[in-house]
Design a protein around this ligand. Structure first.
Ligand code: GLV
Length: 329
């Protein structure tokens, strides 16, 4: 007997309770073994599906859209959506949704943790200790940079950038500089106590630079050798935006040569591969794209993606749409 429920594919394993929620409304197909599908295998599994739950890595492009005529919504369990070709989705009448807001504070915590780890050489200290190199105390053992009272520079002043600014200004007494495509309205600037400056000025003045930029053609290698050359030799650089916003090879060279003091990276060009030169640097704290990875936040992100599928496929309205589409014929 044919089911009257819409069909949805969950592309990667997610919380069982979210699968259960979706199963109450949809005919759900999943990928419980976390098989690494090729693009063609993904397309094959999407046949006859009206919705897909993606987790940030699954590419939705024009070829897939043309090959999946039943598809009506792609719900990303991530705030970033560089895996979506949104214009192609709009042209095809397929709704794109992401998972903003619910991860803002957790991701800002994650970014701040990397900033602290890099500036205060926390992960470097742990490796030193685990390697049995801690034989005696010395006054200059693993001395780093102060975070409190220093100057924080933020590239990308969206919700997460603003949450980092608040932590810096209110929690750590930092002077906060920022640069963004568009300047914030004065009341929003005042709320996060941040000063808008040009890109080069930020790089020159900041003690700690945090990148919260999405990956777009305009942000590819936004920080490369020329930008690193402007930074203070005592400065740290943190990237929690997207891999590719920083030129990882140039960063590794700057770290190796001591042209900046340290870095903290959660995202990488070509991840999960990490540039071997970065792996060889001691003065960089490295985490595997986990800035939003607290249990409540990841669950909230998954539930928001599920809410978008349920809202759109059952009631014609998603909570966090990225495009406006007219219903696919
Ligand atoms: C994580 O990187 C996200 O975009 O949610």
């Amino acid at each position: 007997m044919l089911s009257s429920k819409p069909s949805v594919l969950i592309a990667r394993p997610i919380f069982p309770e979210v699968v259960q929620r979706l199963s109450a409304h949809f005919d759900v197909s999943a990928n419980p073994g976390d098989e690494a599908w090729t693009h063609d295998q993904f397309i094959a599994r999407l046949q006859g599906k009206q919705g897909v739950f993606t987790t940030g890595g699954e590419r939705i492009d024009a070829r897939l859209l043309a090959a999946c005529p039943d598809l009506r919504i792609c719900a990303n369990m991530a705030v970033g959506y560089n895996n979506f070709d949104v214009p192609a989705m709009t042209a095809a009448g397929v709704l794109a949704t992401n998972a903003p807001d619910v991860l803002t504070e957790t991701t800002a915590d994650g970014g701040f943790a990397l900033l602290m780890a890099a500036a205060r050489r926390i992960t470097e200290g742990e490796h030193y200790l685990r390697a049995g190199r801690w034989q005696h105390w010395s006054y200059d053992m693993l001395v780093g940079q102060d975070v409190h009272g220093s100057t924080l520079g933020i590239f990308g002043m969206g919700r997460i950038g603003q949450a980092i600014a608040r932590r810096g200004a209110l929690g750590f007494g930092m002077k906060v500089l920022y640069h963004n495509r568009t300047r914030l309205p004065a009341d929003e600037e005042a709320a996060v106590r941040a000063e808008y400056v040009a890109k080069d000025e930020l790089l020159r003045r900041a003690d700690h630079v945090v990148l919260v930029l999405p990956m777009t053609p305009a942000t590819r290698h936004y920080v490369g050798a020329p930008e690193l050359a402007l930074m203070k030799p005592t400065a740290t650089l943190v990237n929690i935006g997207r891999g590719g916003v920083v030129d990882d090879a140039a960063l590794a060279q700057a770290l190796r040569e001591g042209r900046i003091a340290a870095a903290g990276l959660d995202v990488f060009e070509g991840e999960p591969a990490v540039h071997p030169d970065l792996l060889a640097c001691t003065n960089v704290a490295l985490t595997p794209h986990i800035a939003s990875a607290s249990i409540p936040t990841r669950l909230a992100m998954a539930n928001l993606a599920a809410d978008n599928l349920i809202g759109y496929l059952l009631h014609g309205k998603a909570l966090t749409p990225l495009n406006a589409v007219s219903r696919r014929a």
